[in-house]
Design a protein around this ligand. Structure first.
Ligand SMILES: Nc1ncnc2c1ncn2[C@@H]1O[C@H](COP(=O)(O)OP(=O)(O)OP(=O)(O)O)[C@@H](O)[C@H]1O
Ligand SMILES: [Mg+2]
Length: 331
């Protein structure tokens, strides 16, 4: 937050240093718990106001200019709104539209629809953070999770390490601009701590991602199930987590789009090279614990290459990437 000399709060900053002017200034008086709530309210109003104004100017401004004017989160929300609008318009020219998108009314709040589930955009300010590549697997995970949430269930993505379970869950929270708390569970977690956590969630309306749920002791888990049943009973729903199997992430697509986002123009070919290199290495090198050819390793190489590209934009793209691959501990 930015405080003026007289303590008036005028701007907010993201972790990346993005600045947003607040919709109205606030003066912190009284207890910190109270004025922080006010800050939260103004944060949401400001994001909402930015999105509304950006949507108005979108049709009149060149897209290349428009994306640079507005905060990152606003750009993503705005692009998705227009994309949805244009696709549904195109569908409505056929009769498909009436079945797929029955209602796309122009309400005040931004609404996010996923098949039959409908959510209000949360207007939580997220800063200018990176977002995931939407692959068919991410899409499937989103659809299952939103479908489950619509019925007031939870979701439980399961699968091997590094397939994007945690990140996809967090990314869905970002897509809806809803505060998402990621909690790393361990066998130290007891039902009292969990109870407190759930109380906090219920009163703030935030989402939670209980990462590594499998680590919780089975005895504690049974009480947790009870606690969740109680909460869901309050909403007259049954307790259930809907499973999503996440087996193999779409390496090539994630690599390609991540490379494009770092400014590589030959991303398609490069992505193929890098995924093939990783695939061959994992198949042909002896299996040793310190080898890692998962998605995390691919991401590490790509972000390192991306940083190098930023420092040295004219360097040959293949060289930039190869330098990172060879720097990676195994190749
Ligand atoms: N669709 C995607 N777009 C971009 N990056 C992705 C995508 N899916 C996964 N990743 C990247 O893959 C890496 C592993 O993802 P994540 O941490 O979510 O795995 P996980 O399934 O939770 O693994 P674990 O079981 O070890 O907790 C992260 O660096 C993440 O950014
Ligand atoms: Mg994880």
């Amino acid at each position: 937050l930015h405080f003026e000399e007289d303590l008036n709060i005028t701007h907010m900053y993201s972790a990346e240093g993005e600045e947003i002017e607040l919709f109205r200034t606030i003066y912190p008086t009284g207890n910190v718990e109270d004025w922080l709530l006010d800050v939260e309210k103004v944060m949401k109003e400001s994001v909402k106001d930015n999105i509304e104004r950006s949507l108005k100017t979108y049709p009149e401004t060149a897209r290349t200019e428009w994306v640079l004017i507005w905060p990152g989160q606003v750009v993503i929300a705005g692009c998705q709104t227009f994309w949805t609008m244009e696709v549904s318009e195109a569908l409505q020219t056929g009769d498909l539209g009436s079945r797929l998108f029955p209602k796309l009314s122009s309400q005040d709040d931004l609404r996010v629809c996923a098949v039959n589930a409908e959510f209000l955009y949360g207007y939580e300010y997220l800063g200018n953070t990176g977002r995931l590549v939407i692959t068919p697997l991410t899409d499937r995970c989103y659809l299952t999770l939103t479908g489950a949430l619509h019925l007031k269930f939870g979701g439980a993505p399961a699968g091997p390490a590094g397939t994007g379970k945690t990140e996809t869950t967090k990314d869905l929270g970002k897509a809806l601009a809803i505060q998402t708390v990621v909690f790393n569970c361990s066998d130290q977690l007891d039902f009292l701590a969990m109870g407190k956590f759930l109380k906090g969630l219920a009163s703030s309306g935030a989402w939670a991602c209980f990462d590594e749920f499998n680590r919780i002791d089975i005895e504690v888990l049974s009480v947790v199930a009870q606690q969740i049943t109680t909460i869901q009973k309050a909403q007259e729903q049954r307790a259930l987590f809907r499973p999503v199997a996440m087996m193999v992430p779409d390496y090539a697509m994630i690599a390609e789009i991540s490379l494009y986002s770092f400014g590589f123009s030959n991303a398609k070919v490069l992505a193929k090279k890098i995924t093939t290199t990783f695939k061959l290495s994992s198949e042909q090198l002896s299996s040793q614990d310190h080898y890692d050819f998962g998605m995390r390793a691919v991401k590490t190489v790509i972000s390192a290459a991306g940083n190098l590209k930023r420092e040295n934009p004219v360097m040959d793209e293949v060289l930039t990437l190869m330098q990172q691959c060879s720097g990676h501990k195994v190749i």
